[in-house]
Design a protein around this ligand. Structure first.
Ligand code: UDP
Length: 459
């Protein structure tokens, strides 16, 4: 008989996703990948932004951890304060949970906890698990290159690269190629810089005390970066991504917002390889000027597009309604939705390119579908990812912006990618990169082997 999730013979993995969309998705994909390799899954989640039980496989256990986080803080967009509060408030309830689970295990009433995986941002459980003698690994949901920035943050600050200043934007960071100063964290005022540096110090300390690091990347696309991390933290590193390719995408549904699937029907009515998909992910905001310039750029490009304008995308603006003149110009050529089934959109044969903020999930989802990118990074890891997309892998082009985004810059980038020779070359490189990630996530590929190594390891 196959061991089931209620069968004590089956090892159990306990996963703690940070409650943000870009973090929940890779953690649930890891859950599905581990489940498919025989481990039973328990998801521990804070009360804030709990995953929808109905969307997850019935045999996953979901456990709510009281977080005591005021709703105003959760809604504020102050990620650093939210993350610190989560770590502080959930440490004791997590300890109670784990101690209880170990007692059940001892009595033979439940399967052995093979290991705990916590988002690297949710670092407190890593040390709690260690104190209780349970192996615990951090999951880096972004790239290996970004984790190198985390590791280097104190020395980059010491050397004067950080906080970044516009005057040294174009200085190459020799210690961290291929980055330029403009690609590091765009926090320019000292107070916020120090708060962020403090958060990163906690994240790195948490990983250093853990049993290993799992990264949502592949050795075939970030081999040198992974080696460097390994040599710096001297812990096992498991590059098991892109995680959405390590499991069948239908096995986990993790959207916190409701997807508007009507855009798929609309895509069916469009010519193959003609549509631009536009999305800035789940978190970043833009101002009204940028929103309107972007809209005009899309209108002027004459290309059909699907554009995700989610709630709170535009600062201080509740509605995504465009001025009449713009609406008229776009007509039926553009489709605005508040949340899209992104992977299905990217997979659709009508989609030709992705105008993206370069969130790491969006980037890897685009690569896996072979869709070239137009990059408009705005914060966090996005500038660094755009550097890899445009200058290392060369599978996208940037919207070249001086200060404020202008419609002509949007239109120029669209033309560069979607028409002409440069676009053709970019598309060809994207086809090659797609093959690389398909290969590494297939049986015997580097990510497949790394995942099995994780499952088999006694970390
Ligand atoms: N996403 C989605 N529908 C949308 C926009 C985004 O399902 O309309 C998903 C996308 O597929 C990705 C995640 O939300 O998995 C966004 O993560 P990413 O790292 O790209 O950006 P973040 O939201 O963290 O900035």
């Amino acid at each position: 008989m196959e061991p089931s999730s209620t069968n004590p013979g089956r090892g159990r993995v306990v996963l703690l996703p940070l409650p943000y969309q870009g973090h929940i998705n890779p953690m649930l994909r890891l859950a599905a990948a581990l489940d498919s390799r025989g481990l039973a899954v328990t998801i521990l989640h804070p009360e804030t932004r709990a995953p929808d039980r109905r969307k997850l496989p019935a045999d996953y256990r979901l456990v709510t951890i009281p977080d005591n986080i005021p709703p105003e803080l959760a809604a504020s967009g102050d990620v650093a304060s939210f993350v610190f509060a989560l770590n502080k408030n959930c440490a004791a309830p997590f300890r109670d949970y784990l101690a209880g689970a170990l007692r059940e295990e001892e009595k033979g009433e439940d399967g052995r906890i093979a290991f705990v995986v916590a988002d690297v941002d949710w670092f407190a459980p890593l040390s709690v698990a260690r104190e209780l003698g349970v192996a615990a690994l951090g999951l880096m949901t972004s790239s290996a290159a970004r984790f190198l920035v985390y590791l280097a943050y104190p020395s980059l600050s010491h050397k004067g690269y950080l906080p970044v200043q516009e005057s040294n934007f174009n200085t190459a960071v020799e210690e961290l190629p291929p980055f330029f100063v403009r690609d590091l964290h765009r926090v320019m005022d000292m107070t916020r810089h120090l708060a962020y540096a403090n958060l990163l110090a906690h994240i790195v300390a948490g990983v250093r005390q853990s049993s290993g690091l799992i990264i949502n990347t592949s050795g075939d696309i970030e081999g040198m970066e992974i080696e460097r991390i390994h040599s710096e933290i001297a812990l096992p590193v498991f590059a098991v991504g892109p995680l959405h390719m390590m499991t069948s995408s239908s096995s986990v549904e993790s959207s916190l917002l409701t997807e508007d699937r009507s855009c798929l029907d609309w895509l069916d009515t469009q010519r193959p390889n003609s549509v631009l998909y536009v999305s800035f992910g789940s978190l970043v905001g833009i101002d009204t000027d940028e929103f309107l310039e972007l809209a005009w750029g899309l209108a002027d490009s004459q290309r059909p597009f699907v554009w995700v304008v989610r709630p709170r995308l535009v600062h201080g603006c509740k509605s995504s309604t465009l001025p009449d003149e713009l609406q008229e110009k776009i007509g039926n050529r553009g489709r605005i939705v508040s949340w899209a089934p992104q992977q299905e959109v990217l997979r659709h044969p009508s989609v030709a390119a992705f105008l993206t903020h370069c969130g790491w999930n969006s980037t890897t989802e685009s690569i896996s579908e072979g869709v070239p990118m137009i990059c408009r990074p705005l914060s966090g890891d996005q500038m660094g990812t755009a550097r890899y997309v445009c200058d290392v892998w060369k599978v996208g082009v940037r919207v070249e912006v001086e200060n404020q985004l202008k419609r002509e810059q949007v239109q120029t980038a669209i033309t560069r990618l979607m028409d002409g020779k440069e676009g053709e070359e970019v598309r060809e490189r994207m086809r090659d990169l797609r093959h690389v990630v398909v290969k590494c996530t297939s049986e015997g590929g580097t990510s497949d082997v790394a995942l099995q190594r994780l499952v088999d390891s006694n970390v």
